[in-house]
Design a protein around this ligand. Structure first.
Ligand code: HEC
Length: 178
């Protein structure tokens, strides 16, 4: 049998058409499955990751007592640099925007003579225990809503413990550690 050039071309077009059709057919079978499988794998992965985070965050948190046991007052003096714009912690010195913090550990809340505290602060009552200082310094706004210490708070528990350890030493008679 002899095929003309035209017939050969026609045949190759036909074969190509079948190949494309075939590839398309197989492709159509695979394509809708592929993203579904991928999606399922992704969903499973995020599902597994999600609970891992709160579990880590819920890990044992040290109490302020435990943190104070190893807190370094010298490091706290550096942290106190963030407070210096508004506070001094010097015996007999005056107030700045905030009250003088000399002897603040253990003293009644809002009791430094001559400082005009906000009602939010005087209304708090009690005294500055280590726990109170720790919660206050975590978020002053949450501890005494409406108080006039415009300071966001110290996020780091180590920084809070250090600055409290430093403030403890700024006193005529430092309180015993908890
Ligand atoms: C922008 C100024 C400002 C900064 C910064 C600031 N404070 Fe204060 N602080 C105040 C003011 C004002 C008050 C009085 C709040 C009131 O009466 O409502 C206050 C009150 C306090 C009190 C209560 C004192 C008392 O006699 O009852 C403590 C303790 C204290 N600050 C510690 C700190 C520490 C520690 C830092 C740094 C980590 C700091 N503050 C940073 C302005 C500031």
């Amino acid at each position: 049998m002899h095929f003309s050039l035209l017939e050969k071309m026609g045949a190759s077009v036909l074969i190509s058409a079948w190949l494309i059709y075939g590839a398309n057919f197989v492709g159509n079978l695979l394509v809708p499955i592929a993203p579904h499988v991928g999606g399922a794998v992704h969903a499973a992965a995020t599902k597994e990751e999600a609970p891992a985070e709160p579990a880590a965050a819920a890990g044992p948190e040290k109490s302020i007592g435990e943190l104070l046991a190893t807190a370094d007052p010298a490091a706290g003096e550096k942290v106190f640099g963030k407070c210096k714009a508004c506070h001094v912690a010097e015996s007999g010195a005056g107030h700045k925007v905030g009250p003088n913090l000399w002897g603040v550990v253990g003293r009644p809340t809002a009791s430094s003579p001559g400082f005009s505290y906000s009602a939010a602060m005087t209304g708090k009552g009690g005294e500055w225990t280590y726990e109170h200082l720790n919660t206050f310094l975590t978020s002053p706004k949450e501890y005494a809503p409406g108080n006039k210490m415009t300071f966001a708070g110290l996020k780091s528990a180590d920084d809070r413990a250090a600055v409290i350890a430093y403030l403890r030493t700024r006193s005529d008679s430092p309180k015993p550690l908890p």
